[in-house]
Each structure stands twice: as C-alpha cells, then as structure tokens.
Design a protein around this ligand. Structure first.
Ligand code: FAD
Length: 415
C-alpha cells in the first residue's frame, strides 16, 4: 500500500487528536526531569498513551483507524516532544515501526495487526545491532524449523520502548537448517527478513525465547529505556514474515526520518521557550567585562538579542522544512526526484533540524551561562538529549554520501 493511500482525516476531525497530544505533553513535561534523573522508562505513561488511542492515528479507515496523515502525526509528535523529548522518543518508535510495517504488510496481516493497534497495543522496532547500527545486515539468525516458521537467535542493541511493547517488528537473516548465514552478499541481503510478532515479557523482562537486558546507560534520552533485546529461540511463524528487510526499510524510510525530525523540531521549540523565559528576566547587577555598568539586563545585550533571534529563525526553518517535506510526501512530489535521491532528500528535513537543534542546545548553554552547566537543569538536558539526533537515520554524513555519489555519476553530469 502506498504511503498516503486512504489517509483522509480532516483538519477539523484532527483537532481532538491533537488535544490528546497536548494533554500527554503537559504530563510528560511534569514528570520528564524525574525520569531523566532516575534513568528509567516513564512507566506511568503507558496506560495514558494506550487510553489516548493516539497510537492508531495513522491507521487507515479501511482498517478501523482515523486515517491521519504523516503531517498530522508529525504535529502530534512535535507537541509531545515539546513536553519531554526523551519520553516522546520512546513512543516515536511505535509510530516509526508502525509506519514502516504498514507500508509493507499484506492484506491479511494488515487486518490482524492493525486490529491490535486500534485496541491500544504498542509496537516497537529493534533493528540495530552492535557491529553496525541501522545499516548493518542482521547477524541475528532466523533458523528454519522442521514444522515451519523460524526460531530467532541474536541481540538487538537498541530496543527503545521494549518495556511497554506488545508487538515486535525486527529483522533476522534466514539461515540454512544448521544456522549458517549465506556467504554470498546478494543472497545475504535477500535472506534478511522483516517480521512481526507478539511480544510478551514478564515484569523481569523475560519471555518465551526472548528477554530484555536492562543495560541502558547513555549520555541522554534516559527515559527512552533503550535496552538490549536478546532473542534466544524466539518463535516466529511463517505467516509473520513481512518482506525483505532492506527493500522494506528503504521504500518507507520517511516514517523514520520525518518522525525523528518531528522529535527534534519539538525540542527546538522547547529550547527557544526555556531560553526566552530565562534570559528575558535575568539581570547581572553590577559588572565589569565586555559591558561595564551598574546593572546589566541580559535581554538587552547585543549578542543575546542576536542569539535569541538566530534561534527563532532556526525554529521557523525547522517547521518549514518539516511540514513542507511531509506535504511533498502527501502530494506525491517525491516522485519527481530521481529514485536514488528520494531517501536522502526526504532525510534532509531530519538532518537540517538535527543540526539546528544541536546548535541551539549548545547556544542556550552559553547564553544562559554557568548555571546551565549544573546537573538537573533543563539546559544541560537539552545538550545531552539533542546529541541523540546525530545517530538516528539518516545521519548527515550518510545523507551527503548518498547525494554526492549520485551527483558524481558521469551520466548525471549530462542532465
Ligand atoms: C536514543 C537512541 C535510541 C535508539 N533506538 C533505536 C531503536 O529503537 N531501534 C533501532 O533499530 N535503532 C535504534 N537506535 C540506533 C540508531 O538508529 C543507530 O542504528 C545506532 O545509533 C548505530 O548506528 P550508527 O550508524 O550511528 O553507528 P555505526 O553503524 O556503528 O556507524 C559507524 C560510522 O559508520 C558510518 N556508517 C554506518 N553504516 C554506513 C554505511 N552503510 N555507509 C556509509 N557509512 C556508514 C556511520 O555514519 C558512522 O559514522 C537508537 C539510537 C539512539 C541514540
């Protein structure tokens, strides 16, 4: 099914959905600092997210959902991220994974799995492994079973949202009966499958043939609960095979890049909000430095005025590139681009916003001053959390490589 097929939610009917996102955002804002400090997933958000039914926003009406489009979803994610980006990044994996798998499932699978999503099930997508993240072909093995289906063995290093999830979508390479991965590269690519399966673990993270190893300990995005998922004989029946993983991912990667972009756009809005709130009120009193005076109001210092103006410009750039790219996808304008450039051109929204937002997080630290460096302030959190933007696909370096390689093909020079 094409990306925007059957997405018909009107702006008016979208309003109550956005209102639910605003409610969640308020709550995320209240509890965000606590879960950052405790370095755990924000468990009380699970029933609230499920009850909101926001998780089904993009399910088309033909499958019982409201049929929200990618721009409406982007607005929901941005709003929640404005409340707390780490908590929202966790739920973002639900939306990314759902968008990708919906673009690749057959009719029977759509009906079965989207019914569960409409009932409030949460889905997650641990694809990345240790050797090479998102672009690494799965070392995780799918060993064929005599009665049909596969048992999965391997480790996924980045399992965001696993603690809340009911359904997993992931990748594994189909082996021979003895567990050998194809040695020929093309065969290996073709043998890498995307599958969908129920995911059930107990309160200790242990399930049948699968467990969550609670190892998350990172610079930022603490409340994502991005743990290691260990598959050790996890059974996947044949009917849960979705598609060849690489074909599936690349044909629907907009769900990853535009939704990550929405997270960091939300973060940029919040950075601007907090920076203004701090700097508009701050007085230095009597100082002797670049300015020597009996009282200096920070909001009247030239470089602060310019800095905040620069931030506001970047926030507006973020909004424009994100909403326009969503609209390009909705309107089918992306079909105008050479096929090789579709993924990186859509990805420009994410790389531009990531770059603006990491810059803003750093700029806020310097403009607010030393107090921002102290643990537990919102500014040091922005600084830490924004760094995660460097890693999520597509990253800026690979975006340039995709585009540059295409531009330097001799045939393209004639165009
Ligand atoms: C907070 C957070 C949550 C995450 N949650 C999830 C999740 O839920 N599911 C999930 O699957 N992943 C998740 N990830 C993982 C993420 O998407 C990346 O896969 C991970 O960061 C490792 O990939 P990498 O490319 O950064 O590193 P590596 O793959 O180790 O790359 C190392 C270097 O090689 C370059 N490189 C890699 N591949 C290629 C290539 N093919 N061509 C050219 N250059 C290449 C990279 O650009 C980088 O510079 C999460 C990451 C973060 C930070």
């Amino acid at each position: 099914m094409t990306l925007e097929h059957g997405r018909t939610l009107s702006d008016e009917d979208f309003e109550p959905w956005f209102a639910k996102a605003q409610e969640l955002s308020e709550y995320f804002r209240e509890i965000g600092m606590k879960y950052d400090a405790e370095n755990t997933f924000a468990y009380p958000t699970i029933p609230l997210f499920k009850d909101s039914r926001l998780g089904s926003l993009i399910v088309p009406p033909a499958y019982g959902g409201p049929g929200g489009n990618i721009l409406q979803l982007s607005k929901v994610i941005t709003e929640m991220s404005r409340g707390d980006s780490a908590i929202t990044l966790a739920y973002n994996m639900h939306f990314i994974t759902l968008g990708i798998v919906m673009s690749n499932m057959g009719e029977v699978q759509m009906k079965k799995w989207l019914d569960k999503i409409n009932e409030g099930s949460i889905i997650f997508g641990p694809w990345s492994e240790q050797r090479a993240g998102f672009s690494g072909l799965a070392d995780t093995k799918a060993i064929p079973q005599p009665g049909g289906g596969w048992k999965i063995y391997g480790k996924k290093m980045w399992g965001t949202l696993g603690e809340a999830a009911d359904i997993v979508v992931s990748s594994a390479t189909i082996t021979d009966a003895d567990g050998n991965i194809p040695t020929d590269f093309e065969e290996r690519v073709a043998a890498e499958m995307m599958y969908i399966n129920d995911f059930e673990v107990d309160e200790n993270g242990i399930g049948d043939g699968v467990r969550i190893e609670k190892t998350w300990n990172a610079l930022g995005m603490h409340a994502t609960g991005t743990h290691v998922i260990v598959f050790d004989g996890f059974y996947v029946p044949e009917e849960n095979y979705v598609c060849e993983n690489r074909t599936g991912l690349f044909s629907s990667l907009e769900w990853a890049s535009l939704l990550f972009a929405s997270i960091y756009y939300g973060m940029s809005l919040r950075i601007l909000e907090e920076t203004r709130a701090t700097l508009a009120k701050k007085h230095l009193g009597a100082v002797f430095g670049a300015i020597a005076a009996s009282d200096v109001k920070v909001g009247q210092v030239g470089h602060i005025i310019d800095g905040v103006g620069d931030m506001a410009v970047r926030v507006e750039q973020n909004r424009r590139i994100l909403w326009q790219t969503c609209n390009d996808v909705i309107d089918g304008y992306d079909e105008e681009w050479p096929i090789e450039l579709r993924v990186p051109y859509i990805g420009l929204a994410k790389t531009t916003i990531a770059s603006n937002t990491t810059w803003m997080a750093q700029k806020a630290m310097s403009m607010v001053g030393g107090s921002a460096f102290r643990k537990g302030t919102i500014f040091e959190r922005f600084y830490r959390d924004s760094c995660a933007a460097l890693y999520q696909p597509l990253n800026a370096d690979q975006t340039y490589s995709f585009i540059g390689e295409y531009m330097l093909q001799p045939d393209e020079l004639n165009d």
